[in-house]
Write a protein that binds this ligand. Structure first.
Ligand SMILES: [Zn+2]
Length: 244
């Protein structure tokens, strides 16, 4: 009887807020990020994974710098959708749909030019930008002239960088895993950019490589007709000889 009375007394005190009001603000046990309401996570959850482009068109009738060789329809000669790296294949053009407006390497005149450390994939309508391959987010923040920037570590010394994004999936904090072709952001022109495009860089073992040409299968060309003097000392093959 006494024990039951004591329990009631304690319970009554715990439920009473008049003598000691509970603090209004409570520190959450785990930090929780609230994405801005304008672009909730559902946008990136419902967006499909990266399309694999069979060709890439040079913008502006191939008048951009460092575009390289193009076909009659301004598509890049020898374009392949993936570049082979020590971390596996990566998308050469991780965009929803864009043309190549500027290639990799030194551009401009010798006195006023500068090295372009990546490629520019442009689309005035924007569109999604995708993780070029599976990896871990190494950087996701605003970075000066690069604007909204994401860096992905693909392992084995391979990293990719995506700059000038209008926005990125804000759940992609450092350390978050992404799958190959996952939509990570949207194309924009934040930072130092003159038009809506993705500035895309690929690092292999700390070195910047050309995303359009690195790891491309070797190009085989027909050798020049050999001089008769250098022909190997062999029996000539007679194709017309009937087989036995
Ligand atoms: Zn660029």
């Amino acid at each position: 009887m006494v024990r039951a009375f004591a329990f009631l007394l304690v319970a009554g005190l715990a439920g009473c807020a008049t003598s000691a009001p509970a603090p209004i603000y409570r520190q959450p046990s785990t930090p929780s990020y609230q994405p801005p309401p304008s672009y909730g996570p559902s946008v990136y959850d419902s967006a499909g994974r990266a399309p694999v482009h069979s060709m890439l068109i040079a913008c502006n009738r191939a008048n951009g710098s460092n575009i390289g060789e193009v076909n009659y329809d301004y598509s890049l000669v020898q374009y392949t959708p993936y570049l082979d790296t020590p971390a596996g294949p990566l998308l050469r053009a991780p965009t929803e749909g864009a043309c190549l407006s500027s290639g990799f390497g030194y551009r401009g005149s010798l006195d006023r030019g500068r090295q372009h450390n990546g490629v520019d994939l442009a689309n005035p309508n924007g569109g999604y930008i995708y993780a070029a391959g599976e990896g871990v987010i190494a950087f996701a923040d605003y970075r000066g002239g690069f604007g909204n920037t994401i860096e992905i570590d693909h392992g084995r010394g391979v990293r990719t960088l995506y700059a000038h994004m209008a926005e990125f999936d804000t759940r992609l904090q450092r350390g978050a895993r992404v799958y190959a072709g996952q939509p990570i952001g949207r194309m924009g022109m934040t930072g130092n950019a003159t038009g809506v495009h993705l500035h895309y860089e690929v690092f292999v073992d700390g070195l910047l490589v050309d995303p359009m040409h690195y790891g491309r299968p070797p190009v085989y060309v027909s050798a020049p007709a050999p001089d008769i003097a250098y022909l190997p000392d062999e029996e000539p093959i007679d194709d017309d000889k009937p087989s036995d």
